[in-house]
Design a protein around this ligand. Structure first.
Ligand code: ATP
Ligand code: MG
Length: 175
């Protein structure tokens, strides 16, 4: 019998205030692009995508070196879209050192388990809308400043109303 598997990814999970600010901005983006919105509770920044994995991997991951990265402020200040994939996003024009260190630590934690990171370079973003009908002009917006003090391992399950994300592990970042 095949063991249980989970579709997993590492992510930054927003606090309530950050989530509300992102959700408010997404409403404008949905109108502008004619895209389909993302449920506010699902908004996140993906750090690494692991895909379908044995459920036991969850407890085997050693992310201590990633958690040794210092806490940081992530300034979400840029809107744009990827026309090919039909996604409108909110991104950061600058990657703080803490985030770069965290991302490298996750790549190392995955390599220790024989897992490869994404081929594409890391682009910190929150997806705001999918299947956009009209492109979004790349532009700077009123920054949303997010104080990041933790990161999470999240499972993703297909649900009747879209995706069901669940934080299965969480690590605090260094002070
Ligand atoms: P759906 O696939 O049903 O449209 P989703 O993309 O939100 O929903 P997942 O496919 O489970 O859900 O993806 C979880 C997260 O990982 C999302 O942030 C998604 O953008 C990201 N992701 C998914 N596949 C990859 C991939 N191959 N490489 C990098 N990131 C990915
Ligand atoms: Mg997907």
């Amino acid at each position: 019998m095949a063991g249980k598997t989970l579709r997993l990814f590492f992510a930054l999970w927003p606090d309530e205030a950050t989530r509300s600010a992102i959700a408010a901005l997404s409403q404008e983006v949905i109108v502008e692009t004619g895209g389909r919105g993302i449920a506010a509770e699902n908004m996140h920044v993906t750090l690494a995508f692991l895909g379908e994995q044995p459920a036991r991997l969850v407890t085997r991951i050693d992310a201590r070196s990633a958690a040794a990265a210092p806490r940081f402020e992530l300034t979400l200040d840029e809107l744009g879209c990827w026309a090919k994939s039909g996604i409108a996003w909110l991104g950061a024009s600058a990657i703080p050192a803490g985030l770069a260190k965290l991302e490298q630590g996750i790549v190392m934690a995955l390599a220790a388990l024989g897992l490869e990171g994404d081929e594409r370079p890391f682009a910190a973003h929150v997806t705001l809308a999918r299947r956009i009908a009209r492109p979004l002009r790349t532009r700077m917006v009123q920054p949303i400043v997010w104080s990041v003090d933790s990161f999470a391992l999240v499972s993703s399950e297909a649900a009747a109303t879209g995706r069901d994300y669940r934080v299965v592990r969480k690590w605090s970042l260094a002070h």
